[in-house]
Design a protein. Structure first.
Length: 263
């Protein structure tokens, strides 16, 4: 299998190193990643400045590696459309392993999820993978990388839905404490919105984003709750954001009898 790997933590991140090293044992891996950390970049693309791409010595067991000065979304988009040779086009796009969780509505800000979503936009099966830990031990990513390698053959058992990614979050606990896998829906928020106002040494105000963890019911089937119970969360996420159930009500209010010329 040919695999395109990207991330939002940058080419030097431990997560992308662990993922590529593990998957390259069985697959042809190609890396296109930001040249620096681009966390929380969301689904942004570079439009008004030149997008630089540099091929570097192949890293982490990959066949070939590149860095860009662009966003995570740029990486996947330019990789498939301009960088990879025809015989290097991926069978699947995998982004991560992100250093920290991508759960609930926070995925809206995630470069990891958005990078995978760019693959889905172009019609490729795509996974976004995150380790729900903020520790800095290189080997903490090993179990997550091994899980992804074992997970890939299972994808053949499903008809991978178009316009959809699988968002995978692995609890940041020792392997023996993992309580299995949960197929989940997106939660709402992990943290309350709160900004702490502080004063700098020159007497000027600045704000620090804070907030407290939100507790959810124990029987909740969301990704947030699954990770809290040390389960690996797998959530199908689509970029088709049309709220279809409200379309009939809107048509009835604004376009009665098929006429929408009331302006």
């Amino acid at each position: 299998m040919k695999i395109l790997i990207s991330n939002d933590d940058g080419i030097h991140a431990d997560g992308i190193a662990a993922l590529s090293q593990e998957l390259s044992k069985e697959h042809d891996v190609y890396i296109v990643a930001p040249d620096r950390e681009r966390s929380a970049a969301g689904h942004s693309l570079t439009l008004h400045t030149p997008l630089r791409v540099d091929e570097i010595a192949a890293r982490y067991g990959s066949k070939r590696s590149w860095t860009t000065n662009g966003t995570p979304g740029d990486c996947v988009k330019i990789a498939i459309n301009a960088i990879l040779a025809p015989d290097e086009i991926p069978d699947i796009v995998i982004t991560g392993i992100n250093h920290g969780p991508n759960l609930g509505s926070d995925i809206l800000y995630s470069g990891t999820v958005s990078s995978a979503m760019e693959g889905a936009v172009m019609g490729y099966p795509s996974l976004a993978v995150s380790l729900c830990s903020m520790g800095f031990d290189l080997h903490s990513f090993d179990y997550t990388a091994k899980f992804v390698r074992k997970f890939l053959p299972k994808i053949k058992e499903i008809n991978f839905p178009k316009r959809t990614i699988l968002n995978i979050n692995v609890p940041g606990v020792p392997e023996e404490d993992i309580n299995g896998i949960a197929i989940t829906s997106l939660g709402t928020r992990m943290f309350t919105d709160e900004y702490q106002k502080r004063i700098d040494p020159r007497g000027k105000a600045y704000y620090w984003m804070a907030g407290e963890l939100i507790k959810e019911a124990k029987n909740d089937t969301t990704d947030i709750n699954a990770v809290r119970w040390n389960k690996i969360s797998i959530t199908p996420v689509t970029f088709d954001m049309t709220h279809k159930s409200i379309i009939p009500a809107l048509e009835n209010a604004f376009c009665k009898d098929g006429k929408c010329d009331w302006l």
